[in-house]
Design a protein around this ligand. Structure first.
Ligand SMILES: *Cc1c(COP(=O)(O)O)cnc(C)c1O
Length: 370
């Protein structure tokens, strides 16, 4: 959580921790554990406060992409189990083990490096073996080699705690997802037949957690849905968006029809209008691609972003609404009865909500409420 001693600019990301708790409670299946994926600073929401809120609401694991992210959680005093979702970069083993991060492994060299580290540290080391069932990003391919690698894990004195995979298109492609699940379960079955008993089988990201109860297995791994983001069309139902990006009008002028705005003069007023300046720009992670497309909320009403979004500021065509400096501007989130979602902005920018929230830059302070 970045706390600026003196804050002069009114631009801030507000994160509703009660929304995080609500979403975790809603997503956690009765018969399975929940790992809150808090990589990338909890999708831009601030990883430490979000992790604490998720744990309070029933998450029992945290998932991170980087060793560095896991270490930061430990430094903040978080003692919950933390899974690193890719194999550790060679050389990171000692620090990861010292911090009690749980490694993912999918190569023989990875197993050997962890075994050396566990011996040196003189301690038992639980690991999770990751199988590639068709996403082809990281993991053991083909997954039928699971028995072989899991045997090596155990022979080297490591504890085979988990076996997992990741879906490529759970938000949109049911047959492919079920085929991935089937292939994973067959591999897991073979591992058990070989007398090895990983305690935790897991596969489900947000979309699979919501759409495929049979993919819940022993643990689900939602990220997006924890933040109230839609992991796909219609997949935010019953979830509460946690992030609000807000600022205040810094300057207002009345301009006549025909005046053109911002760099390149790419927006022309069709009528006389109040034009507001807002101190948010693409250096804050508000995409330049939203120029002339997105809307913001001022006094509970939608108004168009007018002209090119600049590095530190943008302009808003407020028509005849008498806005004044100091008026609150919501660029993402709710104001009154209106709401601008990450998915709406993503649609304008040709991307997904995930990229909108993770792009909000470190220049914008995160404030946690609830
Ligand atoms: C990011 C990630 C998740 C969470 O995905 P969402 O779509 O945000 O739910 C789960 N598992 C792995 C391996 C990931 O990389």
């Amino acid at each position: 959580m970045s706390r600026h001693p003196t804050r002069h600019r009114p631009t801030v990301v507000e994160v509703d921790l009660e929304a995080i708790r609500h979403n975790v409670r809603r997503l956690k299946p009765a018969g399975a554990e929940l790992m809150a994926v808090v990589k990338a600073d909890a999708y831009g929401h601030g990883d430490v406060p979000v992790a604490r809120a998720a744990l309070e609401a029933g998450a029992s694991w945290l998932g991170v992409a980087l060793v560095e992210e896991g270490l930061a959680l430990r430094e903040a005093g978080i003692s919950a189990r933390i899974l690193v979702l890719s194999e550790l970069p060679r050389g990171a083993e000692a620090e990861a083990v010292r911090a009690d991060l749980t490694p993912t492994v999918y190569t023989e060299e990875g197993v050997e490096a962890l075994a050396r580290e566990a011996r040196a540290a003189g301690r038992a080391l639980p690991v999770h073996v990751k199988l590639d069932t068709g996403m082809h990003r990281v993991g053991l391919w083909p997954p039928e080699r699971a028995v072989e690698l899991c045997r090596l894990v155990v022979e080297r004195g490591l504890e085979l705690e988990g076996l997992w995979t990741h879906f490529a298109s759970a938000e949109s492609d049911e047959p492919t997802t079920l085929a991935q699940l089937e292939r994973f379960l067959r591999a897991a079955w073979a591992v058990r037949e070989a007398g090895l008993r990983p305690r935790l089988l897991h596969a489900a990201n947000s979309a699979a957690t919501i759409r495929f109860p049979k993919a819940h297995l022993d643990l689900v791994r939602p990220g997006a849905a924890v933040y109230g983001l839609a992991a796909g069309p219609g997949l935010a139902e019953g979830l509460r968006p946690a992030m609000t990006l807000r600022s205040r009008v810094s300057f207002v002028k009345r301009l006549e029809a025909g005046e053109r705005l911002s760099y390149g003069h790419r927006y022309r007023l069709g009528r006389d209008a109040w034009v507001a300046t807002v101190p948010v720009g693409y250096a804050d992670g508000y995409p330049r691609a939203l120029s002339n497309r997105a809307e913001v909320l001022i006094r509970g009403r939608r108004h168009r972003v007018a002209g090119i979004v600049t590095m530190d500021q943008l302009l808003v065509d407020c028509g005849d609404d008498p806005v004044v400096p100091g008026d609150e501007v919501v660029l993402l989130g709710a104001q009154g009865s209106e709401r601008i979602t990450a998915e709406e902005l993503a649609e304008h920018a040709g991307t997904i909500g995930y990229e909108i929230v993770t792009a909000i830059s470190a220049r914008v302070p995160r404030e946690h409420v609830g």
